[in-house]
Design a protein around this ligand. Sequence first.
Ligand code: ATP
Length: 642
Amino acid sequence: MNKASLILTGITIFLTTAAVAYLGFIVTGVIRQQRSFKNFRWPGTFLAGLLFLLPLLAGIYLLPQVMTPTASKEATVPLELWAAGSLIFSYLVFFTGHFFPHRNKYYNPGAKLVFISLLPSMANAGIIFIITTYLNSNGDKLYYLVFYFVLCVYLYVTTNKIIKEQVLDISKTVILDLNKLIISKVFNTSFRDFEKIRKGSLFAVLNEDIERITVFCNNAVNLYTAGITVILVLIYLLTINPWAVLLLFVVLAVILSIHYSMGIKTAKHFHRASELREVYMDQLLGLSNGFRELIMHQVKRRDYRQELDTSCTNYNEVIHQAYKKYINRTMVSDMAFILSIGISCFLLPAIFHLDMKVVTAYIMGALFLWGPLNMIVKSVPEVVGIKVAWKRIQQFMGANSINSEEAIRQLIEQDSFVIEKYSNREVDSITAEEVLFEYSSEQAPDEKYFVGPLNFEARKGEITFVVGGNGSGKTTLAKLLAGLYVPGRGKVKINGKLVPGRELGEYFSVIFSDFYLFRKVYTETGVSKKNTEALISLFRLNGKVTVDNNTFSTLNLSRGQTKRLALLQCWLENRPIFLFDECAADQDPEFKEFFYLELLPRMKQQQKIVIVITHDDRYFNVADSIFKMEMGQLVCLNDKVM
Ligand SMILES: Nc1ncnc2c1ncn2[C@@H]1O[C@H](COP(=O)(O)OP(=O)(O)OP(=O)(O)O)[C@@H](O)[C@H]1O
């Protein structure tokens, strides 16, 4: 069998096998109901595909004339037809896949990529084959070789364009899904766990780690193409001299194992760098949140800046070391590869008594391998980096939570529950029975602080005060009542019925001492302009702020005005229980009077349950009942309730 027949047979077998395999995937996908029919505007796409195929069909047709000038044309015509037929058949099968897309959105572009990414490698191998054929020829096939060279370049460029666009689409989806996944995870984290998360790590995961995975997605296809190119060039070299390929193989195995063993050390550096980046991010957050405090005092500013500089330098140093180690590795592998080329060049002809033409072709092939191989070898740190990034995302997400497609889907969709209405609900009482909560941390397991066991009750149409010294546990009680903390023991009940932790919060409108005011008012019913105008006047914010489209016109207000706005927002939410944690603590006498003597009685009048954590003993007479917190224990100061 001459070379042309061999190549044509190879093309036919490869394309037919790939097409039949793909057809098999489509059919099984349809049977398993993973794929279903979906129509699209296909005629234009189909014709564009056919146009793309035309030069390739010409290439198949001309192949026998280039490679076997002396062979009879009749002998190869059927093979040309088979090859051309298999190309069209595979195109039709490939196209059919568009009509039956897989349910998994990564599967369709992924399968397409696996197939198309083979083509640039083939074009690459074709180019080296054409060049070496030309070098070894006497120039009689120049026009044909130029045609095939252009054909290979055409194939390389067009398929690479398709691949790059597909990869871009996939990485866009990956970024979006991972971001949504992390955000969903944050939303589904309990408040206590959220308190424990280092905020720097949240931003590090959202920025750096996801970015790293995306970059890897882009490079993975290049890696795959490089791998196929290496295989094809090796096959070509095999046809020139098998022993030389074996030698090359041994050299490559040695280079890769050296590279890999050096890579383990680099991985440790990359891991350490990620940890230091979290610390740095945390401090950057401190800079942003505490800028006002920092800018005012020289010492604070100097010391914080020093700390920030130190963590920035530490991070930089470690990442620098990691990349330095990586450079050492690449130098070792670069040197080993160049040495192996030298050995091939000087020793091979002597050992195997090879013709110089064969040696030239061999060296050409080996040099051609250099690019793709380099890419594969140099991607090792990327693979290490991605392993580190993925591990951190997994850690962040919690063990075993994202190991299946179903788990991911459920997590993303978890928040799409039906919204129940809680405003205006009839709530007679909220009670805590023998509730106990324990603060503990992994860093200091021996240092524990207990709140409770305690009993508490607040009733409709009554104002309940909770008083007590700093650190006695008042805010912890508030978080337990509002379902932010889950008690280790005991129960929190609404109207005498046990309510799940997550639902408890729905009954509350809360202002904690370190509250965050959102610019938009998120209410079940939206807010009417007329109603809000009256409220703005009640809260004495006229001329300061307006509400349009459920959104406050500004948040640039004084601290007291911001508190009033937060109270106004609570009012708009219209939940059955109001809870205020030291809401008037840092306010002027006028605000205090407004809060204790005007607002709270109005809420009471509206039959709300009003719980107020306070130190303002001047207004204790406003309360219907007063509880006192002492070292985590609760006592009722008047027996009106208990
Ligand atoms: N996130 C936390 N992790 C660990 N321990 C905590 C945490 N928050 C509070 N504590 C501990 O629980 C105790 C009670 O805190 P809490 O905030 O409930 O007190 P408080 O009565 O509201 O104080 P203050 O009047 O100063 O606001 C504190 O002594 C503190 O040591």
